[in-house]
Design a protein around this ligand. Structure first.
Ligand SMILES: C[S@@+](CC[C@H](N)C(=O)[O-])C[C@H]1O[C@@H](n2cnc3c(N)ncnc32)[C@H](O)[C@@H]1O
Length: 243
């Protein structure tokens, strides 16, 4: 798509509309089993990260933290759970809006009938709303890492504005990361891969080395990654470093 009269391709910023305020993926599930209802009603409130805590996010954890990390769209929660187990002195705010995803992670934290009482990890908090709003509310330099694992690709051009990697969000993401902080992005979708390459190639806030084609050490696998590999798609793994 060329700019009229110039022959040059317009920047991604000029080609894509601003990000919409609302989210488009699936959020509610039609039927929740009794256990899932209890997890949402009894367990989630005990581990929920409240928007009011955003101005002082470390205070939402009952322990001193070496670093604070954030995961966007944790899906079934495999990556988040592995990260908090491997990094006990780091606090993770894991964001997901899809109810069944929240239930999937919560079900691995507390056994049946302990939804209201079972102990919960001190270094994990769940944010069950739009991660973009939370990022906008966090203080400067409050995060050491941000994870975006296999985001919804929205491959149609007219849906590009819904993609999490969006030129308009980059300044917010850069602002909340410390200098040298890392933004990890993984995607198996060829359109999204080309989009990340283009958007990250047109910005100056992050150093972005070429992506890895094999999952790097310290990147726990996720459900979507497994699905992508089974289907014969090649994931790419970016590690963008805040300048
Ligand atoms: C394709 S799934 C990938 C899940 C997981 N990361 C994995 O790799 O298996 C993307 C997830 O991101 C969630 N999501 C998308 N945009 C989000 C946002 N702005 N805030 C929180 N969650 C979001 C969706 O609900 C969905 O569950």
């Amino acid at each position: 798509m060329n700019e009229p009269g110039t022959g040059a391709s317009p920047s991604p910023e000029r080609r894509v509309k601003p990000p919409p305020d609302r989210l488009y993926g699936r959020i509610k599930s039609h039927t929740l089993r009794p256990r899932q209802r209890k997890l949402l009603d009894e367990t989630l409130p005990r581990i929920r990260f409240q928007m009011e805590a955003a101005t002082d996010p470390r205070a939402a954890f009952p322990m001193a933290l070496d670093q604070l990390w954030l995961e966007v769209g944790f899906g079934g929660g495999e990556h988040a759970l592995s990260q908090i187990e491997t990094n006990p002195s780091v606090g993770l705010i894991a964001c997901e809006v899809f109810e069944l995803g929240l239930c999937s992670l919560l079900s691995r934290l507390v056994p049946d009938d302990a939804e209201a009482t079972g102990p919960l990890p001190a270094n994990l908090r769940l944010y069950d709303d739009d991660a973009r709003q939370l990022i906008r509310a966090l203080p400067d330099g409050s995060l050491h890492r941000l994870f975006l694992m296999f985001p919804d690709p929205w491959p149609k051009l007219r849906h590009a504005k819904r993609r999490f990697v969006h030129p308009a969000l980059l300044p917010d993401i850069a602002r909340v990361l410390v200098l040298g902080g890392e933004w990890r992005i993984a995607s198996d979708d060829p359109t999204y891969q080309a989009w990340v390459t283009e958007v990250m190639g047109a910005q100056t806030l992050f150093d972005v080395p070429p992506p890895a084609t094999i999952r790097p050490e310290g990147w726990p696998p996720t459900r979507y990654e497994a699905k992508a590999i089974r289907a014969g798609r090649q994931p790419l793994y970016w590690s963008a470093v805040r300048r």
